[in-house]
Design a protein around this ligand. Sequence first.
Ligand code: NZQ
Ligand code: ZN
Length: 371
Amino acid sequence: MNFEFYNPTKVLFGKANLEKLGEVVKAFGNKALLVTGGGSVKRNGTFDKAVASLKKSNVEIVECDGIEPNPKISSVRKGVKLVKEHNCDVIVALGGGSTMDCSKVIAAGALYDGDPWDMIFHGQENVYIPQKALPVITVPTLAATGSEMDGFAVINNEETSDKQEMCSILLYPKYSIMDPVNTFTVPKYQTAAGTADIMSHIFELYFDGTPGKYMQDRVMEGLLKTCIHFGPVACEKPDDYEARANLMWTSSWAINGFLACGLTSLWPVHAMEHQLSAVYDVTHGHGLAVLTPVWMRYILNDDNVDRFVNYGVNVFGISPDKKPYEIAELAIQKTEEVFEKMGLKLSMQDLGITDESHFESMAERAADGLD
Ligand code: NZQ
Ligand code: ZN
């Protein structure tokens, strides 16, 4: 299908680039809201390095810490209040996807008089489409969501137990400073969940039914092989630069718009997982790892079995001489093995979910906006 492609994020990739943060931020303003999560960046030294660089360039800092995984709308409101009180002119996100997403919505909310939840699409009739936003600079510390190079943000409304997204060209970070060394301290569980998240972003597009995407399919197979190879390596050897660097760059390319060109995918697994995260507060990537093999077996049919054959043969090296459904089932089993090899358990019970009473309303919300 016809498409437009534009990604405005400038990437500085590699070791020691954090030293340039102050210089980069200074080009956008003099006072930065520095957004962080629950403390990992303070423990691993990233925060101190960021602050030193900002100070060196005479950028004033207003701190907004404590952004939680599955970031809450109340944290967005807190950030917006700080920006307005202190007249910050640029937002710096230092952390994982939750911190980056929260920062993006703060950036748009800071220039809007209403409540930021109005901008998050949650089935309401009139979604507020922001017309402007403050510039966002991201320093990702976890390879997973790709938020460092896309225009999405996913926010949890703790009052209504709903988790939904917003999307705008205004939300693309102006710059992303990506140093794989900053991900050395990511624990095994988050490394595994992050890798499963990257893989899921690719699956949502790879199994999309739009015909004629030969080039993107081959690229996606390469990105999947990268995750399958380096995810387990990073889990076992957290300071393996090659593994961390390959995962970090793959996380950006899985969702920066390139793979999605001309496709129609509705991202069904993500729509379902966001409800799991909203209601049961599960780790996004782990939720996806549980759902993915089940979803694959559910959608497998005569129309798409060839896509599963390509996946099995090109990604896992399964013999093309086997029968198509046999290859498909083997490929799904190998997908499960990859997740398990990284230590992820694959049942709802393993996510701590035993109560099914919310499933119907979750299903309705997952389908919000879909025909
Ligand atoms: O909070 P802190 O203390 O920073 O610790 C975090 C958190 O506990 C920790 N962590 C991050 N970097 C670390 C580290 N620990 C040690 N060393 C480091 N270098 O990891 C934990 C998880 O962090 P979080 O930011 O929640 O993880 P992730 O990057 O996986 O982000 C998940 C969020 O992004 C959304 C998800 O729904 C979820 O809310 N997504 C955003 C997308 C987007 N913007 O395009 C797309 C995704 O599909 C996804 O929906
Ligand atoms: Zn995801």
